[in-house]
Ligand binder design. Structure first.
Ligand SMILES: Cc1ncc(C[n+]2csc(CCOP(=O)(O)OP(=O)(O)O)c2C)c(N)n1
Ligand SMILES: [Mg+2]
Length: 702
């Protein structure tokens, strides 16, 4: 049958709605097949199978206005099986979704053009291999590492419930959106998916709907070799409402299940959708071969024939499909947004302060007076622990910034990340306005949920011990990739919890996080640097921050004698210098080792050795300073340098150079009181002074 004669594509008369539905679904399928074939890479099978689901969600159910992809009350769509990205590129294209830029300006051009789809997976295309937030408008979360999308969605659902609680008023349902997630076997097998599902069930998040693509196929073949549990029983156990749609092509049943989700109160919904990967492909349907490679030219042709699609066309989008999307999601979304906009204008006149908060939040700005009342800590040799200072600062900030919230993975009292002021409350099913989130012992889901909260424009923090960042790392990485201003409050940053031993003592974590593009790692040296760290972090709009804080008290430095802690904003600064400047040796350190270097410095000065102490709380920030500034802190001609940090020495050579020395960790720690560990691993002023002397070729004088 030739292209022009095809009844569905080029119908002589008006098509029925049923025909238009089918035409649209097949258009998603064929775009996906053609794009993967052209790119010679990608995943065709799942888009072919799930086209009816995604079509139904977008064109019949979701409240999303293609003209304004960042309308605050839009329903959220997360493709947790990110490898099926062609589903998203297809619906973003067919719905005519418009682009938005980083300054939140709505642009006229398409979020995903047909040309982008033709250039699927090529450099610069807005149809990359996996969904990328911040690269393609209309993508709500970066996905690809399986399980991340579902876990992130739990944060989104918490955020919706929180926003509704704070901002909705009688007759003003400002936030009543839902979160839809499509996920696959991989998302169900990954641990983070289970953590997140358990948390969502506990929190009774009835705004959350996961649709699980039950196709019995993953890369290594049929899931009978790996994944045979009773998943319905598992989700019932978590407290979810579990539904099943036995035929992924039955769009009425899909719509019905989504309707049941809307009516279900008090628990999230899990829809098991039985599907056939590679649906319609005569030789590849229901096989792993449909998962991750192009179908092949001939198979594409045969599959198109099966769909009644013109076999020889590529990237064909019938006008009727665009018109059908315009009449569906376009019209419904447009009306929903204009109703909301009117409602919001009325809300603005009645509740101007609340409306202003919403405006600020949407642009990731801070309210006036956000840093009011931040503490200044007086000099104190006994000092205060980094975690305690952090707790005090967080509590001040959270009172100034109503949408700052967060919690810890069952370590609130140890991380001091609890919000304790009157009215802070806990986020629980009956109290969705609470500002303290109890993530339980679920670090990975916590970090992903923090991402979800930040994607919903809340300012969110998650707290645990630095060592357990290892359990959260994949989500922290996505935070950086998504350019989200999340805050990770990680305490017990070194050997400070001595007796707990090497399982609890981070060694390589700082180095590895410093290697992560875009993540701002800060390890403040005293309470006033903690204040400055938060002052810096709060002003970030597109970068996540990781605070490494001490468990044990750190002396609060006398800032009338040493430089102001405000130097933190430049990443590293000269804290102490010999009289008249011009040092002959530089001691550089972060966190708890700064005061140790100060002690060494005082000893060296007493001996007539001209040492400088550089406090370097953040490599990341320092790297962004001008060369002139960096050279002023670390003058190139002063090559005698010692770096001290209770962590892996890895990477410090970039600051101490080939002739410098690093006092750090080359092994795991040990279980003993901190003082003994410091002695064992050489974190003592005498070792620093000894090295400094050796570097400049001087002997001890007394
Ligand atoms: C965390 C993680 N591990 C491994 C992969 C590589 N990978 C991509 S898809 C996939 C499994 C595919 O099976 P399933 O999730 O059932 O998706 P389907 O093929 O059914 O679409 C794997 C292992 C990944 N993307 N993320
Ligand atoms: Mg599968």
């Amino acid at each position: 049958m030739s292209a022009t004669a095809n009844p569905l594509v080029n119908s002589p008369g008006p098509m029925t709605n049923g025909q238009l539905d089918q035409l649209s679904i097949n258009c998603i399928r064929t775009l996906s097949m053609d794009a993967v074939q052209q790119a010679k890479s990608g995943h065709p099978g799942t888009p072919m199978a799930l086209a009816p689901l995604v079509y139904t969600l977008w064109n019949r159910v979701m409240r999303f206005d293609p003209q304004d992809a960042i309308w605050p009350n839009r329903d959220r769509f997360v493709l947790s099986n990110g490898h099926a990205s062609m589903l998203l590129w297809s619906v973003l294209h067919l719905s005519g979704t418009r682009a938005v830029n980083a300054e939140y300006e709505r642009l006229g051009q398409p979020a995903v053009s047909l040309e982008d789809i033709r250039r699927f997976r090529q450099l610069g295309s807005k149809a990359p291999g996996h969904p990328e937030y911040h690269w393609v408008s209309g993508v709500e979360a970066t996905t690809g590492p399986l399980g991340q999308g579902v876990a992130t969605s739990v944060g989104m659902a918490i955020a919706q419930a929180w926003l509704a609680n704070r901002y909705n008023r009688p007759d003003f349902e400002i936030f009543d959106y839902d979160i839809y997630v499509v996920c696959s076997d991989g998302c169900m097998m990954e641990g983070v998916g289970s953590e997140a599902a358990s948390l969502a069930g506990h929190l009774a998040l009835d705004n959350l709907c996961w649709i699980y693509d039950n196709n019995h196929i993953s890369i290594d073949g049929n899931t009978r070799i790996t994944f045979t549990e009773d998943i319905a029983a598992r989700f019932l156990g978590y407290g979810w409402n579990v539904l099943r749609v036995g035929d992924a092509n039955d769009i009425d049943r899909i719509e019905h299940a989504l309707d049941v989700f809307h009516k279900t109160k008090g628990r999230p919904t899990f829809i098991i959708l039985d599907s056939h990967i590679g649906y319609g492909s005569p030789h590849k349907q229901d096989t792993a071969a449909a998962h991750g490679e192009p179908l092949g030219e001939e198979e594409v042709r045969l599959t198109k024939r099966d769909y009644g699609w013109p076999e020889d066309t590529k990237f064909l989008v019938p006008n009727a499909v665009r018109a059908h999307f315009a009449a569906g999601i376009g019209a419904r979304g447009g009306q929903a947004r204009s109703r909301w906009t009117q409602l919001f204008e009325a809300y603005r006149s009645k509740y101007p302060e609340l409306a202003t908060e919403i405006d600020l939040m949407q642009r990731r700005e801070l309210p006036a007076g956000w840093d009011r009342g931040l503490p200044v800590f007086p000099a104190d040799p006994k000092g205060i622990a980094g975690r305690d200072a952090s707790g005090k600062v967080l509590n001040v900030l959270a009172q100034n910034i109503p949408w700052l919230l967060g919690g810890s993975a069952d370590l609130a009292s140890s991380t001091k990340a609890a919000l304790t002021f009157d009215g802070a409350g806990s986020f629980e099913p009956e109290t969705p306005g609470g500002r303290n989130l109890h993530f339980g012992v679920r670090e990975h889901a916590m970090a992903a949920a923090v991402n979800g909260l930040a994607l919903s424009k809340l300012r969110a923090f998650g707290a645990t011990f630095l060592i357990f960042s290892d359990y959260a790392r994949p989500a922290i990485r996505l935070s950086a990739m998504m350019e989200l201003p999340t805050i990770f409050v990680f305490t017990h940053d070194a050997m400070g919890d001595g007796e707990d031993g090497p399982t609890h003592q981070p060694v390589e974590q700082l180095a590895s996080f410093r290697a992560e593009p875009g993540l701002v790692v800060l390890r403040p040296c005293d309470a006033n640097e903690v204040v400055e760290a938060y002052r810096y972090v709060m002003q970030l709009r597109h970068e996540p921050a990781l605070l490494a804080l001490s468990r044990q008290p750190l002396p609060t430095l006398d800032r009338s004698k040493y430089a102001s802690a405000s130097g933190l904003a430049r990443g590293a600064y000269v804290l102490a210098d010999p009289p008249g400047g011009k040092p002959e040796v530089i001691l550089v350190a972060s966190g708890s080792e700064v005061s140790l270097c100060i002690d060494a410095h005082e000893d060296l000065l007493a001996e007539g050795i001209r040492s400088r102490v550089v406090s370097m709380p953040s490599w990341d920030i320092f790297e962004h300073q001008t060369q002139a500034y960096r050279d002023s802190v670390l003058p190139p001609d002063v090559t005698a340098r010692v770096a001290v940090e209770q962590a892996s020495t890895f990477g410090w050579d970039r600051y101490v150079g080939r002739s410098g020395r690093v006092i750090g960790m080359k092994t795991f720690g040990a279980s003993a009181p901190l003082k003994e560990l410091q002695r064992k691993f050489g974190f003592k002023p005498e070792r620093v002074t000894e090295m400094a002397r050796a570097l400049i070729g001087k002997r001890k004088t007394n």
